[in-house]
Design a protein around this ligand. Structure first.
Ligand code: MN
Length: 426
């Protein structure tokens, strides 16, 4: 009987406190989910997806792996509504041994009909499915990510993609809507081939070449899984990292190993009722089908938490905002100070000469305030003095304005003296 011999490990990594990844492993099916969404949303989303996928695989009513993924999508979506955690979602990739035909095998046929078995692979998001065949590593799934889109459109090179600042932006997520198009592949089930399922915590930290070398070097799948997780952690471990290494083997089941971290290890799911092909469709051999209807339901970009220096960026942004605010406050204070801090002399509506505080004509919404009444009337001034007042002389302080008024009174008295004296002489 053909089956998977599996090694698995899921680890929070070196930076994150929480592990929002989740995996399940069995002899017939393996899956990896990378959850996202604040406030433990990611943790819930990935676990709900994995558990629902597992339940659906065991449900005789569910006939294909893509239908099982659809069930997982609905379950995460409904959970997000129920628990008021809208926006939580998860990636999900899975590989399962299923029947080739449209009809399930009878359980009696199962043991002797490995030829009837094929692999069904599904993917949503940027977790990956790789296959190691004859020492060559091949990426089976295509990331639903901005960088993958740019790469496919020829806008960036593969080298640029590896270091792209937005390489964590994914374009398709499970659990944030009721409709989801799933990429799926049908692959031959060849003993001796090795499958790797991993979250971006591995392929974002460790190059494909190094992953391939490790998978070639370590024959034991559990050793290989441990080694890949530690390589990701040594490279920085900036994200949760989950690795499932599934070898296709023939023969009886050995004692199953115990897995570490968030790895769900169910009893062997019964896939006898599963078909390979979703009705009326063809596998995604040519890479993912872009679906604008589905994509338009998504937020413009769904970003998994950026692992690179998030605190520095936040602090820099805050510092900039504070500086900007400071400039505005200073400018506003300067205007207020300027508007209210001068004095000038003018006449009031009754023709009295008065000292105002403020700026002639006002400034913005600051009207001048009456500061002092001089007791002089514009009518009693000489034409020369009247002209001076009509020019609304301005002063920095009230004292300077008062000195000016005193001088004004002196000049007025002297001109009266002269007039009186000339009157006497006349
Ligand atoms: Mn991740």
């Amino acid at each position: 009987m053909i089956r998977f011999d599996v090694g698995a490990m899921s680890d929070a990594g070196q930076v994150r406190g929480l592990n929002e990844d989740c995996a399940f492993v069995s002899e017939r099916a393996v899956a990896v989910a990378d959850g996202m969404g604040g406030h433990e949303g990611g943790e819930v989303a990935s676990l709900v997806a994995i558990q629902t996928l597992l339940d659906a695989i065991n449900d005789p009513e569910v006939e294909t792996l893509t239908d099982a993924v659809a069930a997982a999508n609905t379950a995460v979506w409904e959970r997000s509504i129920k628990d008021n955690m809208r926006g939580m979602g998860t990636t999900l990739c899975a590989v399962a041994l299923v029947n080739r035909g449209q009809e399930p095998l009878s359980p009696a046929d199962d043991d002797d009909n490995d030829d009837a078995m094929v692999l069904s692979a599904v993917n949503v998001g940027d977790s990956r499915i790789y296959r190691l065949s004859n020492g060559e590593l091949e990426q089976i799934s295509r990331d639903h990510s901005l960088v993958e889109d740019l790469l496919r459109d020829g806008q960036i090179t593969a080298e640029e993609a590896e270091a792209h600042p937005q390489r964590n932006v994914i374009t398709k997520v499970l659990g944030i809507g009721t409709v989801l198009e799933v990429d799926w592949w049908e692959l031959p089930a060849k003993p001796g081939e090795r499958y790797l399922l991993c979250s971006d915590g591995l392929h974002g930290e460790v190059s494909d070449a190094k992953i391939a070398a490790t998978l070639r070097r370590l024959a034991d799948p559990q050793e290989a899984a441990y080694e890949l997780v530690s390589q990701a952690n040594l490279a920085g471990g900036r994200d949760n990292v989950t690795v499932v290494v599934a070898d296709l083997v023939e023969g009886p089941r050995p004692k199953a190993p115990r897995y570490e971290g968030r790895v769900v290890q169910p009893d062997m799911p019964d896939l006898a009722g599963f078909y390979a092909m979703p009705a009326g469709s063809t596998p995604s051999e040519m890479g993912p089908v872009s679906n604008d209807d589905v994509r338009s339901m998504l937020p413009p970009s769904v970003e998994s938490e950026e692992p690179h220096k998030p605190r520095l960026i936040t602090l820099r942004t805050v510092a900039f905002m504070v500086a900007l605010l400071g400039v505005f406050v200073f400018a506003a204070a300067a205007v207020v100070w300027y508007a209210g801090n001068g004095y000038f002399i003018d006449t009031d509506p009754d023709g009295e000469v008065v000292i105002y505080q403020g700026r002639p004509g006002g400034l913005l919404w600051f009207d001048p305030k009456l500061a002092e009444i001089t007791g002089l009337s514009i009518d009693e001034l000489t034409p020369i003095l009247r002209d001076q007042i009509e020019a609304t002389p301005s002063f920095g302080t009230l004292k300077e304005a008062n000195v000016y008024v005193t001088n004004l009174e002196d000049q007025l008295l002297r001109s009266r003296d002269r007039r009186d004296r000339s009157g006497l002489q006349r």
